[in-house]
Design a protein around this ligand. Structure first.
Ligand SMILES: [Zn+2]
Length: 356
């Protein structure tokens, strides 16, 4: 897909949008930008919009013009002679790929004033590739710029991080996602509400689901969007039991949790077993965060249609305990994304969460 102009993409929070617009008023792009944010929050879309804006000959704070000689070179597939995109292949970015884009830097840009390398999921650079990238960032070829994306900045080595200008994308409230979907899609209200709740405030993700649901036959089996949504529904049903489940059920719940996460593997985002489990734990984090937010009348909930089950959890465990649990879940997620044994970590976690 061709890049969208900056002004046409959903960017939250508003301060980030303003900051980016100001950046576009300068004569040169930052040497390296790192865009961080959760899945589906719009990192890839923004990376392309920014590259397109800087490459354009008639750039404005609203983004690229879509008509100049440089903009005309964008293919329907979103390729451009002055852009290279590196992504994990299949689950790592290797040194050869980094060397290749480094060699590409020896040539002058084809048509644009600047060349860009977009490095998606930069946290997947293997150590050798990360070192090679660092060398390029330290002594970049002229008119040669990088945009990196990653789920969180602390997943990158500090030496790379220190060379990047960091852009942190936030999420929209559930209601904001719902309203946006409602304007665009002709789907039942409860479906839209479910998509908004599951989107974690990542509009791009909710839109992708809605597009698939709208285009797919309602009864079609093996539809990846449908199975992803079903898996998420299973997860939420599982979390809803935590307010009542006894300690004996911890291992069973851990097992069901891992099974539901298995259904999140692959799919349009090509998740590995570990990233699928990590995603499941992110939803669990949101669930606990919501249970804490119940105490604050002005706080907004993600799972607005599950107030009763959230109250049950809040009734059972004190706020201090649930705060501690939040940290335990975050720790478990980090361990899973490292190399820890998924069964041991999840069993240990649910035993801790169901303490008597
Ligand atoms: Zn242009």
């Amino acid at each position: 897909m061709k890049p969208l102009p900056l002004a046409e993409i959903a960017i939250a929070p508003e301060t980030v949008r303003r900051g980016l617009k100001r950046t576009l008023e300068r004569s040169d792009p930052p040497q390296s930008i790192l865009i961080v944010g959760s899945a589906g929050v719009g990192k890839r879309t923004l990376a392309r919009a920014l590259a397109a804006a800087w490459m354009c000959l008639r750039r404005t704070p609203a983004g690229h013009c879509q008509t100049c000689a440089v903009c005309q070179k964008w293919s329907e597939a979103g390729e451009h002679p002055d852009l290279r995109v590196l992504k994990p292949d299949p689950d790592q970015i290797k040194i050869d790929a980094v060397r290749e884009v480094r060699q590409w830097g020896a040539f002058a840009p084809a048509v644009a004033p600047f060349r860009f390398v977009i490095l998606e999921e930069a946290q997947r650079l293997n150590p050798a590739a990360a070192n090679a990238l660092l060398k390029t960032l330290e002594e970049p070829p002229p008119r040669y710029h990088f945009i990196l994306t990653a789920p969180a900045s602390d997943l990158l080595i500090p030496t790379i991080l220190s060379r990047c200008r960091i852009v942190r994308l936030g999420t929209l409230p559930t209601e904001g996602v719902y309203n946006h979907l409602k304007q665009r899609f002709n789907l039942p209200d409860d479906t839209l509400q479910m998509l908004a709740e599951f989107s974690e405030g990542a509009l791009g993700r909710a839109i992708r689901w809605a597009e698939h649901l709208q285009s797919a036959e309602p009864t079609s089996k093996g539809n990846p969007t449908r199975s992803e949504l079903e898996a998420l529904q299973q997860l939420i049903a599982l979390f809803a039991r935590l307010g009542q489940a006894s300690l004996d059920e911890a291992l069973r719940i851990a097992y069901e949790f891992r099974e539901a996460c298995k259904a999140l593997e692959g799919g349009p985002e090509e998740r590995s077993a570990r990233t699928a489990l990590a995603l499941g734990l992110e939803y669990l984090l949101l669930w606990y965060r919501d249970s804490l937010a119940l105490d604050y009348p002005t706080a907004t909930l993600r799972f607005t249609s599950h107030r009763d089950e959230l109250r049950q959890l809040a009734h059972r465990f004190k706020p201090t305990e649930r705060l501690q649990d939040l940290m335990r879940i975050a720790e478990a997620r980090r361990a899973i994304l490292g190399n820890a044994n998924a069964q041991i970590i999840t069993e240990h976690l649910f035993i801790q969460l169901l303490r008597v």
